[in-house]
Design a protein around this ligand. Structure first.
Ligand SMILES: Nc1ncnc2c1ncn2[C@@H]1O[C@H](COP(=O)(O)OP(=O)(O)O)[C@@H](O)[C@H]1O
Ligand SMILES: [Mg+2]
Length: 397
């Protein structure tokens, strides 16, 4: 896939930007605070209908305006489509259009694959489990568009189940603290049959939806782990071994080898075992919403034992593997969005990254304050970002 043209209006500080990128390497340079990341964010929004920043929809609209719009012509293979995302503030909502018409997610996202590499990613091993889950889900979604619906279904059922648990907690008057019996066991409270049977229905639905997610996450990590190990070895040349380990928040036998339907049974059994505690806590304890993955170095958790340089090399290996995996899977290179990453890497790792980018036939967008540090000389277009406006005063080659 590549972006043939991009137009933004009132998207953050990008008032009116009309941009015809190069099909290969695009360097967006300028001082800090000019709008470089905003441009990357606009492409990401178009490709995912989400921001990668923790922003509300309204934050994307230029201060004082009521509507932001990002429009792009996207090519994959022989197909060219016009994708548009509009954000409106009154009331707050998002409209996604494909060739001027509203489209189902599966049609809109067909063939649209972007991989973002931002400085925040470099904190992944040491960040929160939520960030690692987000990384994992985004990577899986790029391999399988229906995954988004699967995650949404899970989240909806989880919300419903938690609402029942919360109302049971409120009804039992145990909102403030759990009570314990004389034997130290959590006390049992009588609940209405309706709530109990509703809980059973949601447990079953949650087990079905959750089992699918566990299977996908497990499969993805098992698939990419050997490649991450090999890539890390080439980047670091340290002889240390990188590893990826899935840590699902469900205790069961043989999680690593269980079939998808067995995973559903394992999760269901866990939900049933947790039922009493869940009622007392007022939320669902077990399930993929609590999953994690451990990025390891020589058998130890990199979050606790790796140096900053090693952590960066691990994340670089993870990102490169994600991109290569997508290319192999779809036969079409994803668009790469690199937001000021080079400044965070040392010379040797930058060298590796640029060698990789030279070899990968992707369209690349790289933001930087120093374009001379981007060591890619051919098939490249530099543009300057200044106060939310794009200037193509540099040499195109
Ligand atoms: N909704 C918005 N409306 C107008 N300006 C915004 C909005 N959101 C962010 N900005 C501005 O965008 C600028 C930061 O842009 P950014 O892309 O992060 O800069 P950089 O070039 O350093 O990557 C800041 O000046 C900020 O005030
Ligand atoms: Mg920036």
């Amino acid at each position: 896939m590549f972006v043939r043209s991009l137009h933004t209006s009132d998207f953050r500080n990008l008032r009116e930007v009309a941009y015809t990128p190069h099909p290969r390497v695009n360097v967006i340079f300028g001082d800090n605070g000019q709008g470089k990341t905003n441009l990357i964010e606009s492409i990401f929004l178009l490709a995912t209908q989400r921001s990668f920043r923790r922003s509300k929809l309204d934050d994307l609209v230029r201060f004082g305006c009521e509507k932001a719009e990002v429009i792009a012509r996207i090519c994959h293979g022989e197909v060219e489509r016009r994708l548009a995302v509009q954000i409106l503030t009154r009331p707050s909502r998002k409209i996604a259009l494909c060739d001027g018409k509203s489209a189902r997610s599966s049609d809109y996202f067909q063939g649209v694959h972007v991989v973002l590499f931002a400085p925040e990613d470099l904190l992944l091993p040491k960040g929160s489990p939520e960030e690692r889950r987000r990384f994992l889900d985004r990577a899986i979604w790029n391999t399988c568009p229906s995954y988004l619906d699967e995650v949404r279904t899970y989240e909806q059922v989880l919300k419903s189940r938690n609402a029942v648990l919360k109302s049971m907690l409120a009804a039992s008057g145990m909102r403030r603290r759990p009570s314990f019996g004389s034997d130290g066991e959590l006390a049992t409270v009588e609940h209405s049959e309706d709530s109990e049977s509703l809980l059973s229905v949601y447990s079953e639905q949650l087990a079905v939806a959750g089992g699918r997610i566990i299977a996908r996450r497990r499969h993805y990590l098992q698939t990419i782990a050997p490649q991450v190990e090999a890539t890390f070895d080439r980047i670091s040349r340290s002889g240390l071994r990188a590893s990826l380990e899935y840590r699902p928040k469900v205790i069961g036998r043989d999680i690593e080898v269980a079939s998808p339907s067995e995973l559903q049974s394992i999760l269901y059994e866990q939900l049933e075992r947790d039922r009493k505690r869940d009622r007392i806590r007022g939320f669902t304890h077990s399930g993929p919403h609590g999953d994690d993955m451990v990025i390891g170095l020589d058998g130890r958790d990199a979050a606790l034992h790796a140096s900053q340089g090693q952590v960066r090399a691990l994340v670089l290996a993870l990102k490169i593997t994600e991109i290569q995996h997508l290319f192999c899977l779809h036969g079409d290179p994803p668009v790469l969005l690199l937001d000021d990453v080079s400044s965070e890497l040392d010379a040797q790792r930058n060298g590796y990254l640029f060698d990789f980018l030279r070899a990968m036939p992707s369209q690349v967008f790289i933001t930087t304050t120093s374009p001379e540090h981007v060591k890619l000389d051919q098939d490249r277009l530099d543009v300057r970002m200044n106060h939310g406006g794009l200037w193509s005063d540099a040499v195109a080659s």
